[in-house]
Ligand binder design. Structure first.
Ligand SMILES: *Cc1c(COP(=O)(O)O)cnc(C)c1O
Length: 426
């Protein structure tokens, strides 16, 4: 695409953008009495205005039906999770039976590791990305310890080559091959939260399977951001949160994918609870766990209706917008425009380094800028000027314009303000 560094160009893109008016469906935080330019949807997505109504519905049912709400009314809580599976499955490219919405991300990661990290003999190692999100690191560390291993021996972390910021796919695949017969699991983020790099999940899954290992992904930064085809890629399991690109509220609920080939596999170890028990017999309260088929059989507790109601409101917007392909098309243009404008800020040349891949296929709605001097000061100035981005130690600013509620004009205004702030911190 041929971009131009003018307000008129940005406004013209907005006029041609069929998704432009979706921004009216969200609340924007206020800074200095104005809507902030909110580029932090990779950390906490904005509130859909419809979320309140979805919550109010459930509060109304609770007030009027109380315990009867589990079985009475239009959408009884007994199978409330089923109302989310189809929409969530569309976001991650799965069959409805392969997806369940429950718990929170790190809890679900542990549940999946119980089923899919099954070290045996010399096959006990896990390959993962170095510098993964800390919760993932702690989950892997404590799971390997739980099985009696030393995490330093059991966990192989992959780091970029000297002088590079992102991993090369060929190096990931090579490493999987090299460690082949020692590998129990390949477990990575779908997108690295720090650099914004999208990993080639299809190739990694294939290589992991060829090595005889299970393969799973943490899609916290990928779900609702990039196109995912978990079923077709043959991924074994995946987990994601819903409060980032999926706009479902602070600490919101989480999604789980279990490939259908495991859906009825009662030999897989799992930690069970009554909500994963065969729905027809759940309330017989009998001994002997019989899992529901599919991912739903991993449920533990009765559904958290309020966060799940918010997630329904949000999934509804994803469908209304036309789904992930439509969103992804805008996201590529928007992020491309951001990249173009940052490169066009003359004062930034010596100070800023983009550590997010330049290849649009290897990134989502995020650009991470490594700031070589006065990084914290630059961040503070941006925030004062009404731009909400985020800062990650030691010196990275992450900027995430999202296709559902951000505009080309906002990206343009951001670059103007970035320019001014850079002048101010020189
Ligand atoms: C955001 C994020 C988490 C957060 O986990 P919670 O259990 O939702 O607090 C974990 N892993 C990754 C990769 C993340 O980006």
């Amino acid at each position: 695409m041929n971009y131009q560094n003018t307000l008129a160009f940005a406004q013209e893109q907005d006029r041609q953008d069929p998704l432009y008016y979706f921004r009216d469906r969200f609340y924007f935080p206020q800074v200095n009495g104005q809507d902030a330019i909110y580029f932090c949807g990779n950390s906490l997505g904005l509130q859909p205005k419809s979320a309140q109504m979805y919550i109010d519905n459930e509060m109304y049912k609770w007030a009027n039906l109380a315990v009867e709400g589990h079985f009475k009314g239009e959408e009884p809580w007994f199978n409330y999770h089923e109302l989310l599976a189809a929409g969530a499955a569309r976001v991650v490219g799965a069959k409805e039976s392969e997806v369940v919405v429950m718990n929170q991300l790190t809890v679900n990661l542990h549940l999946m590791l119980v089923s899919f990290y099954r070290p045996q003999g010399k096959r006990f190692k896990i390959i993962t990305e170095g510098g993964a999100f800390p919760s993932d690191q702690y989950a892997l560390e404590t799971q390997t310890k739980f099985h009696g291993y030393n995490p330093d021996e059991a966990i192989i972390e992959l780091f970029p080559k000297e002088g590079e910021h992102t991993l090369r796919t060929e190096d990931i695949l090579q490493s999987i091959k090299e460690h082949g017969d020692e590998l129990a699991l390949v477990m990575m983020g779908g997108i690295n939260y720090y650099t914004g790099q999208v990993f080639d999940m299809e190739a990694i899954t294939k290589a992991g399977h060829e090595a005889g290992a299970f393969v799973g992904f943490d899609l916290a930064h990928a779900a609702g951001n990039v196109l995912l085809k978990l079923h077709d890629w043959d991924v074994d399991f995946a987990v994601w949160c819903t409060y980032k690109y999926l706009n479902s509220g602070p600490g919101g609920t989480s999604g789980v994918f279990v490939h259908e080939r495991f859906g009825n596999d009662t030999d897989l170890p799992r930690f069970a609870g009554w909500w994963g028990h065969d729905a027809g017999e759940r309330f017989k309260m009998q001994k002997g766990f019989k899992p529901m088929p599919g991912a739903a059989g991993w449920q533990l507790s009765n559904s958290q209706i309020l966060p799940m109601a918010v997630h329904r409101a949000s999934l509804q917007l994803f469908d209304e917008a036309g789904g992930m392909e439509v969103l992804r098309a805008k996201s590529e243009k928007l992020t491309g425009y951001l990249e173009y404008l940052i490169n066009d800020v003359p004062v930034g040349k010596d100070v800023l380094e983009m550590i997010t891949p330049q290849d649009p296929q290897a990134r989502g709605s995020q650009i991470s800028l490594l700031v070589k001097q006065n990084s914290r000061l630059l961040f503070d100035k941006l925030m004062e000027a009404g731009i909400i981005v985020d800062y990650r130690e030691p010196n990275v600013i992450r900027i995430a314009p999202t296709p559902l509620y951000n505009s080309f004009e906002e990206v343009y205004r951001f670059s103007e303000i970035l320019h001014e702030c850079l002048e101010g911190v020189k």
